[in-house]
Design a protein around this ligand. Sequence first.
Ligand code: ADP
Ligand code: MG
Length: 247
Amino acid sequence: MSLSFEGVTLAYDELIALDNLNLHVASGEALAVIGPSGCGKSSMLRLAAGLAQPSAGTVAVDGKTLAGPRQETALILQDYGLLPWKTALANAELGLVIQGVSADERRQRALSALKRVDLEAFAQSYPRQLSGGMQQRLALARALALDATMLLMDEPLSALDALLREELQNTLLTCWQEKRYTQVLVTHSIEEAVFLGQRIVVMAPRPGRVVACLDNPQMGSLDYRNEEAFFAQCRAVRSALEGGARS
Ligand code: ADP
Ligand code: MG
């Protein structure tokens, strides 16, 4: 599923959260979006999820103007959105319940998604019994169980410590490579954007806008973090961020 923003402006009363955003994300592409707090990243994801409507311009999925949320789009937020009173398995099944999938098929798809993120042994555990990293993997399992064609993530790993973050980044990379859903990852981390984005959109605030769009064709291997090209890309993103801050 492709995703496009054409001349999109989003205003909250006087405040222009996004100003004339033009961006096309191809089907199966992995896009990373980075920028300082307040530059409109979350607003952009809410528009892509169909949870908000632009003040001007259009947001389209596969060329069709988005009028509301789609069942095939999964959104993962920083607080994971898990239901504390449901087991990991029931949480993983949640999107399928909403889709009206039969109980047997739900269970089977949720179990296979839990297995994919190494949580099958915790199917009967409750979210509070899981660490932050495991809760994040569970949120990912829920999206995988849905067979989502688009995965939108708003700073999903920012609550995790550095090592766990890298482990989850590896999981996100390999899942995307297997399933090839269209992925938009909003992050504060330069390294995360470079590790997971085929293209990296750099934004600046007041009003929220895109200041640079960097191609990152070498991404896609777990070893990329140790390569010279990776460090060069990190420097390029950092200088684009600094340029945006000065403009
Ligand atoms: P980011 O995710 O990059 O930090 P947001 O999209 O959350 O940015 O916010 C962009 C701007 O819009 C900020 O200045 C923020 O204060 C403002 N904003 C976000 N949501 C609302 C809202 N519901 N009402 C009014 N202002 C908002
Ligand atoms: Mg935000």
